[in-house]
Design a protein around this ligand. Structure first.
Ligand code: UD1
Length: 449
């Protein structure tokens, strides 16, 4: 397999407008129903896994967000044929891969590009992928990925900003993960799928998207058991075949809208969700005084009073997700009394707090991992900047509850992970618009009064 760069014209979109901002007038409780998209963090590895077969794969319920565009572009550069056959459906054919070096500018920005390591190492016994980026929320080591690949028999080095992995043969192995990692669990599971013999991965991540990737691979003929528990057993198979697969709903998007109801004292039903995946989020909403009603595939959250204070510690699934930490902090900053939020997964995940303080929150971050939150009665609109994906979504929610107008800068981060975020919020009665200039913001102010 040659390491040649050859671009294919697949008419995939590039990154969107960097100048976009949200103009928001706060104060309306969010009310209504919102349809939740497919899970971005399941879709990214599933695209990589789809390239592990030479047969055609259809993937449904993909979210239409920017990280997905970047990943699809990365795949197309390797020679994988990628075709959108609908807004939420993609056809992938990995029969013609000609380039095992993944190093485009786009790939440096997203975390999910590193899943091509596990996928190509499994299929071609060789892969070179740029060290991944993603949100700047911590050091985001890759040592457990490399440890897993080495245990399967690969030689792995980091050179010139690339992770390079190569093997004569991949052989099943017994691997203990020193750290519970979603990315490492999925990456090693993918490589082991096409290794010889049995691999046992212990201390695995149990997130729903780990299970979804395993289910996808099994639908292509893999033999993976135990995904969703601490121990995954993978019996290697010689090859995978095509499939037609629908991705699970995005529990973080759903949780974000559930907390939007709590913060704006609204009444929101999230539809197309798996309530089981949201148990820790639901438990915290009940604890802070919301009413929560669950049905088969939807959850209704009603908030009639300010939230009650509480304590939260982020943990791997089924614990409270780190990706929901900013959203719950935004709610607790309006609670009566003092709350404490401890971030135990990423060390740099309170950047949004500085912006929230500009809106009137009283929060002190101690030791980088603990936020001491003294509740205030209200937020006030301000000019703020999004620091990262989830922090950005949380700041938008705060702005929707705030008195007056807020201008939110850098919204490209939010659009990386939330499909039609402002449009879905408008559907719930929010006064929010995507604008490009100060003049547009002034027009918005005149329009909504
Ligand atoms: C994924 C999600 C991210 C989510 C996170 C935790 C994607 C694209 N991103 O990120 O939204 O916040 O899971 O649910 O799916 N670690 C190591 N060594 C490693 C790998 C990880 O020490 O080799 C550490 C990390 O620094 C972090 C912790 O383990 O402290 C968890 O990271 P991990 O679960 O791997 O997160 P990601 O897969 O990067």
């Amino acid at each position: 397999m040659a390491f040649v760069e050859k671009r294919q014209d697949v008419n995939l979109r590039t990154e969107g407008n960097q100048m976009e901002q949200y103009a928001i007038k706060g104060g309306n409780p969010l009310v209504g129903e919102v349809e939740i998209a497919g899970a971005k963090n399941a879709a990214l590895p599933i695209f990589a896994a789809a390239a592990m077969t030479d047969e055609t794969v259809y993937i449904d319920n993909i979210p239409d967000v920017r990280d997905i565009d970047v990943m699809l572009n990365a795949l197309s550069v390797t020679g994988v044929m990628v075709k959108r056959v609908g807004r939420h459906r993609v056809m992938v054919n990995g029969g013609n891969v000609h380039n095992l070096t993944v190093d485009s500018e786009g790939c440096k920005k997203i975390r999910g590009s590193y899943y091509l390591l596990g996928a190509f190492l499994g299929k071609y016994k060789c892969a070179e992928v740029v060290l991944p980026g993603g949100c700047d929320i911590g050091s985001r080591a890759v040592d457990q990925h490399l440890k897993g690949f080495r245990a399967l028999g690969a030689e792995v080095v980091i050179e010139h900003g690339l992770i390079k992995a190569r093997a004569e043969h991949l052989r099943g192995s017994h691997i203990y993960m020193d750290k519970v990692s979603v990315g490492a669990t999925i990456n090693v599971m993918m490589a082991a799928t096409l290794a010889e013999g049995m691999t046992i991965i212990e201390n695995c991540a149990k997130e729903p998207h780990v299970v979804d990737v395993a289910s996808f691979l099994n639908s292509c003929g893999a033999n993976i058991k135990g995904a969703g528990t601490d121990v995954i057993r993978i019996r290697g198979v010689a090859r995978l075949h095509g499939t037609d697969y629908a991705i699970i709903p995005d529990q973080i998007e759903a949780g974000t809208f559930m907390f939007a109801a709590a913060v704006t004292k609204g009444d929101v039903t999230v539809k197309n969700v798996i309530p089981k995946h949201l148990e820790s989020v639901t438990a915290k909403l009940l604890e802070i005084g919301c009413e929560v009603e669950e049905a088969d595939d939807c959850i209704r959250v009603v908030a009639t009073k300010p939230p009650m204070h509480t304590q939260v510690r982020t943990l791997p699934y089924p614990g409270f997700p780190t990706d929901m930490q900013p959203q719950i902090t935004v709610a607790l900053a309006l609670a009566r009394g003092t709350s404490i939020v401890t971030e135990s997964i990423f060390e740099n995940r309170f950047k949004y707090v500085e912006e929230l303080v500009r809106m009137g929150a009283d929060i002190k971050v101690e030791g980088g991992d603990t936020a001491i939150i003294s509740g205030v009665p209200r937020y006030t609109g301000a000019s703020i900047t999004v620091p990262d994906l989830r922090g950005g979504a949380a700041l938008v929610i705060a702005a929707l509850a705030a008195e007056g107008f807020t201008m939110v800068d850098n919204v490209k981060y939010v659009e990386r992970g939330y499909e039609d975020f402002h449009i879905k919020l408008q559907g719930l009665g929010a006064q929010i618009e995507l604008v490009e200039t100060e003049k547009d913001f002034q027009k918005f102010k005149l329009k909504v009064g």
